[in-house]
Design a protein around this ligand. Structure first.
Ligand code: F6R
Length: 247
């Protein structure tokens, strides 16, 4: 997997923002939609800030952008502060000109039965949009991508999953206490992610060990991000700390 290493989170985030901006403009020039797969969490916060800034200062338009988020907690109310729906509106959608109907996130409010149906619909919607042009990923300290925890099948599609305890602990800072972190999530599958035409995984700070295993270790379902070695257009964008254990 090719890696690009930056001096700071800020530089890495700006680089990815510019990659996204040039893809959006390339598609605009051809009158085509630009289909983005998006992630939440701490990692892409500065990326979204830079995209908002490019919209405000350089007039970058999101009119032709269609988005599919990787995942959402389950169950969760859409309007809860911790929902990924809220996160995405707070950090990006409320500040750019993306049409509301172009925004897609898994719905954490449905019954389990309805959610299972909605997962199939989600896959269909991605396909109908022409597939994901560029998928942005973060990485969990256990190697998860989306909420595909270790052991997830390479053939997995969008589905309801249980969160690992380590994931719940890592994400507890967003909640009052650990017992309030949802035990499940709806996530795109590994196969859904691998179908993206291009993938950029971003990692900063303390992720050095799992980044090295994912980039240089053997491909294994025990480290979901290692499966990205089998994708033909995937780059890791890292800061110095996250790159520290690469040989
Ligand atoms: C978020 C997601 C997760 C995160 C990962 C890293 O939509 O899919 O895989 O990317 O848990 O989280 P942070 O960025 O908070 O370290």
């Amino acid at each position: 997997i090719p890696v690009q290493i930056f001096d700071s989170t800020e530089d890495g985030s700006l680089f990815v923002a510019r990659e996204i901006a040039s893809l959006i403009k390339e598609k605009q020039a051809k009158n085509l939609p630009c289909v983005l797969g998006l992630a939440t969490g701490a990692t892409p916060i500065r990326l979204y800030a830079h995209l908002v800034n490019l919209h405000k200062t350089e007039g970058l338009s999101f009119k032709n952008v269609i988005t599919f988020n990787l995942d959402e907690y389950y169950p969760i109310e859409r309007d809860a502060f911790q929902s990924y729906w809220s996160y995405m509106h707070r950090h990006l959608f409320d500040h750019v000109d993306i049409p509301k109907e172009n925004i897609h996130l898994p719905n954490g409010e449905l019954s389990k039965e309805e959610a299972r149906k909605a997962c199939e619909t989600y896959e269909q919607l991605i396909e109908n949009a022409g597939g994901i042009d560029l998928q942005i990923l973060g990485i969990g300290s256990n190697g998860h991508i989306g909420f595909n925890e270790p052991g997830s099948s390479i053939y997995s599609k969008t589905r309801l999953v249980s969160l690992d305890n380590t994931t719940r602990i890592n994400n507890a800072y967003e909640f009052q206490n650990i017992s309030e972190v949802p035990r499940m999530a709806i996530t795109m599958g590994i196969s859904t992610i691998l179908k993206a035409k291009k993938i950029i995984l971003m990692a900063w700070g303390s992720k050095a060990s799992i980044v090295a295993k994912s980039v240089e270790g053997q491909v294994t379902e025990q480290i979901p991000a290692s499966i990205l070695q089998q994708h033909n257009n995937c780059t890791f964008v890292l800061d110095h700390n996250a790159a520290a254990e690469l040989t």
